[in-house]
Design a protein around this ligand. Structure first.
Ligand code: CO
Length: 135
C-alpha cells in the first residue's frame, strides 16, 4: 500500500550545478550523493519537510536518463511513492492493466527496492514505487 510521497525527481544535465541551485540558491538541505549502478544514474538528495527532491544524472553518460536529457533537456522526471508492499502493489496494479518497466523490483538508492510504472499506462507520468529494506 502506498504510504507517502517519497521524492520528486528532476533530471539535470549538470549535477554540480543542480546541487548548487537546490542547496545554495533554494536553500534546501543537501543529504548527499549516490551512484546507482543498476539504474545507470548519479543521484543527489535534498530534504524538504515530509518528502525529498532527487536530482538524477546519467552515470558514465549512458542509460535512460541520458536518453531523457537528449530528448527533452533537464526537467521533472518522476514521482516516487513509498510502499510497504511493492510486490502486492505490483500485482494489484497489473490486474488493473498497468504496465511496468521491469518484471520485478530492482535495487535503488539507499538500499531500497524500486520499480517504475510505464508512463504510457499512467497518462504520461513516470511513477516509481519504492520499498525501504527492513533494518
Ligand atoms: Co527516484
Amino acid at each position: 500500500m502506498i504510504r507517502r510521497l517519497d521524492h520528486v525527481a528532476v533530471a539535470v544535465p549538470d549535477l554540480e550545478e543542480g546541487i548548487r541551485r537546490f542547496a545554495e540558491d533554494l536553500g534546501l538541505s543537501f543529504e548527499g550523493r549516490e551512484d546507482v549502478e543498476a539504474a545507470s544514474t548519479s543521484t543527489a538528495f535534498f530534504s524538504v519537510p515530509g518528502t525529498h527532491i532527487e536530482l538524477i544524472h546519467p552515470l558514465a553518460g549512458q542509460g535512460p536518463v541520458a536518453t531523457f536529457l537528449e530528448q527533452r533537456g533537464g526537467g521533472l522526471h518522476h514521482l516516487c511513492f513509498e510502499t510497504d508492499d511493492i510486490e502486492g502493489d505490483m500485482a494489484h496494479l497489473k490486474e488493473k492493466g498497468y504496465r511496468f518497466l521491469s518484471d520485478g523490483p530492482k535495487p535503488g538508492a539507499h538500499g531500497k527496492r524500486i520499480v517504475f510504472l510505464h508512463p504510457k499506462s499512467t497518462g504520461g507520468v513516470l511513477i516509481e514505487l519504492s520499498q525501504p529494506t527492513r533494518p
